[in-house]
Design a binder for this molecule. Structure first.
Ligand SMILES: O=C1C[C@@](O)(C(=O)O)C[C@@H](O)[C@@H]1O
Length: 223
């Protein structure tokens, strides 16, 4: 069993994105490009620059109300999401709330056979097991790739996220917790069936993220 990583890249220019991407791909199975850190008008150029590697890239355009940096309006965001979909990336990360609100977009992405990663985050807490399970059921309607991320304030919160793997069924589930108490879940999720874990190239872009080198050292302990 190979435990896989996905380096999150959040750069502010197309050239820097390309440069970091090269380093990230040399160290990691997958890379997430956080397009919301770029200006909207730089995104088409960035896509052109990185298109040959998109089969290993998770594309994310996170709005501000979901913890992201995208500063344009929702109409503009949807147009860019559609543009990204045209490049047929490894995965297109779309918030559960976006799909729920926008049936037209959901149908469009279905018609283009875009591989979706449906995501949901709680930046403040870890909901109850019942709430989390309900959320996963609803999210699974949109894709078999489901990512649910909470914020742990205790070890118990972290464990509750990991318990979700026991009922994961056929889903490609990614479930872990952010924050210091969640750090352990970023490693253990791999051993419970997560297709990969999010890491940084050095500077964490989310609370509790390890660097790719740190995670590789841990994974390699068991060889
Ligand atoms: O959903 C996630 C996970 C993440 O928030 C993390 O905690 O590592 C990092 C984000 O870039 C990514 O989209």
């Amino acid at each position: 069993m190979k435990y896989k990583t996905c380096v999150s890249i959040a750069e502010q220019t197309p050239a820097k994105t390309k440069k970091r991407l090269k380093i990230a791909l040399s160290k990691s199975d997958y890379v997430e490009v956080r397009f919301d850190f770029l200006r909207s008008d730089q995104i088409p150029e960035t896509l052109e620059l990185i298109k040959k590697d998109l089969n290993r890239i998770v594309c994310t355009l996170r709005p501000k109300n979901e913890g992201g940096k995208f500063s344009g309006n929702e109409k503009e965001r949807i147009a860019i999401i559609k543009l990204i979909a045209e490049y047929n990336p490894f995965l297109l990360d779309i918030e559960f709330n976006t799909l729920k609100r926008n049936a037209t977009l959901t149908n469009y992405l279905k018609s283009t056979k875009t591989k979706l990663l449906v995501s949901w985050h709680d930046f403040k807490k870890t909901p109850s097991s019942a709430e989390l399970k309900k959320k996963i059921t609803l999210m699974s309607k949109y894709s078999s790739n489901v990512k649910i991320v909470s914020t742990a304030k205790s070890t118990d919160d972290s464990t509750r996220m990991l318990e979700l793997y026991s009922k994961k069924g056929k889903n490609n589930l990614i479930a872990f917790a952010m924050g210091d108490y969640g750090r352990i879940s970023r490693i253990l999720c791999l051993y419970l069936g997560s297709p990969y874990t999010y890491v940084s190239l050095g500077k964490a872009i989310a609370p509790g993220q390890f660097s790719v080198d740190e995670v590789k050292k841990i994974i390699n302990l068991k060889k």
